[in-house]
Design a protein around this ligand. Sequence first.
Ligand code: NAD
Length: 360
Amino acid sequence: MKKHIAVLAGDGIGPEITDGAIAVLNKIGEKYGHEFTFEHRLMGVCAIEATGEPLPQHTIDRCLASDSVLLGAVGGAVNDPRINNLPGHLRPEAGLLKIRAALGLYSNLRPAKLFPALAGACPLRRDLAERGLDLVVVRELIGGTYFGERGRGEENGVPYAYDTEKYSVPEVERIARIAFELARKRRKHVTSIDKANVLESSRLWRETVHAVAKEYPDVELTDMLVDNTAMQLVKNPAQFDVVVTSNIFGDILSDEAAMITGSIGMLASSSLGATKRGLYEPIHGSAPDIAGKDLANPIATILSAAMMLRDSFDLPEEAKAIEDAVNKVLDEGYRTADILSEGKTQVKGSEMTKLIVERI
Ligand code: NAD
């Protein structure tokens, strides 16, 4: 199989971790007889420095011409003088929103799983951690508050700002179907998160999810308010299988779920739309505090590459080969600094990549 992958390494640790995923994909290509080619394009602070925009049109065009996109992370440190005073639409994060919209990626899947070898890194009480955690947050990605009408104004000399949460029935239907289909391949339970006791957009969300649920009588559906979900995630995370929610709630809850697993450096994500072309990225950011020190854990990005093989290229065996290699390295006791615990062997980020490549 021949596949062309656009690589948006981005900023901070982005280049280090995407290099790790590329090394792993090259090893998979060698072992299973596939040819993966890579084309690097600018996005984020590096693109702002080079072109004045966080996501130049040329980058979008090359992503649209690729079979899939691998993204590192974008963004600078707090108070980064290169971006500090930029208006919202020229900030690195605006590039993230724009690439999702340009590629029509309406669903973001973020699996949060507690790796058995890392159970000690889970910040929850031991009895809760032992019950396990294996859930997927299905987040709507190109609607809601992050894309709704926004603005600023002044009323009687008092400045104000607003953002709008708006969802249409088809937008909710398509993300709900992704969640129900996924649940069918898992433990057949969907929890739909909203704030229907207060928000009209949430009431439409709930009605629509229930209408879609009728197509999936084999999948159990539970509604949960977002504030309760924030509590339940730390009280009893084992109750969740597939969690479906809006863009803004999904953004927040998936970070919470990630933290429960012990390290943000371990979790992958995929964003897909109506075609097989997806965007694959770790859930963490550009970690400017550790950039350039070879301390970044490449595993989240490497596991994102595994998701690309499975979901975009239909290569489940190759995806599993990567996941097995990651598990093996962890079982052997190797750890990057972020997941280090007593008695384990600390390795640099590049060494972690090398160990994984060797075990494929
Ligand atoms: P962050 O995820 O970059 O870092 C949070 C903490 O986790 C830091 O201490 C960091 O060192 C650590 N960390 C993150 N990834 C790691 C890894 N792979 N290995 C080891 N440790 C890791 O979040 P932040 O500090 O809030 O944001 C930094 C920048 O990243 C900001 O500019 C933010 O806007 C941006 N950001 C980008 C994305 C994205 O590109 N998708 C997502 C979140 C944040």
